[in-house]
Design a protein around this ligand. Structure first.
Ligand SMILES: Nc1ncnc2c1ncn2[C@@H]1O[C@H](COP(=O)(O)OP(=O)(O)O)[C@@H](O)[C@H]1O
Ligand SMILES: [Mg+2]
Length: 376
């Protein structure tokens, strides 16, 4: 039993883990610290004290008790958001209802994201075995392949707001304050269930010109590493980078998952084009476009298609025709699929050989030979 004490104490380490947990819970409760309450509860879930009659039922009950996500009032008030020094505004961007629709990824990449979501949806199953869902992922890949969009998708699927911090922007300010800013954002994300996106993560690895800056940068990196190692929060942490090779391998290892986003393959380009097209496009032509756009990012493709959509409305021209003319003037591709597109523009949309040659920046005979080849 706990004996009555007349003086307050800061640490209490009795032999009995139930007593210790009760005391620590009381302390966290009085301080109004949900993250500490969760921490104590998680310790109990991992090591159910002896004497509890039904350990499995206890784990589930405790897990459910701490799984309640507080309302979004905290986020909506704006007040509790971590702010830039000098009150210039909030440090983070908060998206309360993230929309990840339209995401197209190679099956292997999508499977990783699906598993992150599944772990969260089945977390009581994991808790039964004393396990918690993974809590962090490093997304790497060239610009415009969907790292940010995938973060929105994950947040939407797990039903949490997306809180984004642009590390490049934070670090471009005076480093003395960026260290504290980053700590504030991490503290915020720990206490408010969310998906935290640390964008431009490689900014941490960029060399600074000043020796004192290098020291401060190291301290910031250390803060992050320590947080990654003992993240108890329900929040999920995503770091995104276009330059994974710049990162110290020690940083990469701290993440539960490292997910590489490649440029889209033929199949993904086909799906993207079909999905984004705002007007009718012949199926064979979609495939042809997919073939000649090898090396394009989803972001490039999206922009191309959206521009065509706007132009087709402004000039009252068929969407497919506009898209194809945009395409042949933008990409210097060669090969059979390019010829298919020329032929289509000529036969279906009545563009002259001269017009096609001008758009594509090739000679008139090149176009007529290509079209004859297709017609054979
Ligand atoms: N994999 C993808 N599937 C569908 N659309 C994509 C994909 N990747 C990029 N896009 C389009 O390009 C835009 C920018 O992509 P973004 O997610 O910001 O790329 P990244 O963060 O990798 O630089 C997205 O808003 C979306 O319209
Ligand atoms: Mg991005």
């Amino acid at each position: 039993m706990v004996s009555m004490r007349s003086t307050p104490f800061d640490s209490f380490h009795p032999g009995d883990p139930v007593e210790a947990a009760l005391v620590n819970l009381a302390r966290a409760g009085v301080k109004g610290s949900p993250s500490n309450v969760r921490k104590v509860a998680n310790q109990l879930i991992r090591r159910v004290p002896e004497g509890i009659s039904d350990a499995e039922a206890f784990r589930i009950a405790l897990h459910d008790a701490i799984s309640v996500v507080p309302g979004n009032e905290l986020l909506m008030s704006g007040e509790s958001l971590p702010m830039e020094a000098g009150g210039a505004g909030p440090l983070v961007d908060v998206d309360l209802s993230p929309d990840g629709s339209g995401l197209v990824l190679p099956p292997k990449v999508q499977a990783e994201l699906d598993e992150i979501v599944l772990e969260r949806k089945r977390d009581s199953l994991l808790a039964l075995r004393g396990m918690t869902p993974s809590h962090s992922a490093l997304l790497s890949g060239p610009p415009g392949v969907g790292k940010t969009l995938a973060s929105r998708w994950v947040a939407e699927q797990v039903d949490l707001p997306l809180v984004s911090l642009d590390l490049a922007a934070v670090l471009s300010s005076y480093l003395g304050t960026s260290g504290r800013n980053i700590r504030d954002v991490l503290d915020f994300a720990k206490s408010t269930p969310c998906v935290l996106l640390l964008d431009e993560f490689d900014a941490l690895a960029k060399a600074r010109d000043d020796d004192s800056d290098v020291g401060e940068l190291k301290r910031i990196v250390n803060v992050l590493l320590v947080e990654l190692d003992r993240w108890e929060s329900r929040s999920f942490l995503i770091a995104a980078t276009n330059h994974a090779q710049l990162l110290d391998p020690a940083i990469g290892r701290r993440f539960d998952r490292i997910i590489n986003f490649p440029l889209p393959g033929l199949r993904e380009r086909e799906l993207l084009i079909a999905d984004k097209a705002t007007g009718a496009v012949d199926t064979a032509i979609i495939l042809a476009i997919a073939e000649i756009t090898e090396g394009s990012s989803p972001s490039d493709l999206t922009r191309l298609i959206e521009r065509a959509g706007r132009r087709s409305i402004l000039y009252e021209a068929p969407f497919e025709r506009v898209l194809l003319t945009e395409l042949i003037s933008a990409s210097p591709a060669s090969g059979k699929k390019r010829d298919v597109i020329w032929e289509r523009l000529h036969r279906e949309f009545g563009l002259s050989l001269r017009a096609i040659a001008d758009l594509a920046g090739v000679s008139h005979p090149t176009v007529s030979q290509a079209i004859r080849r297709i017609e054979k």
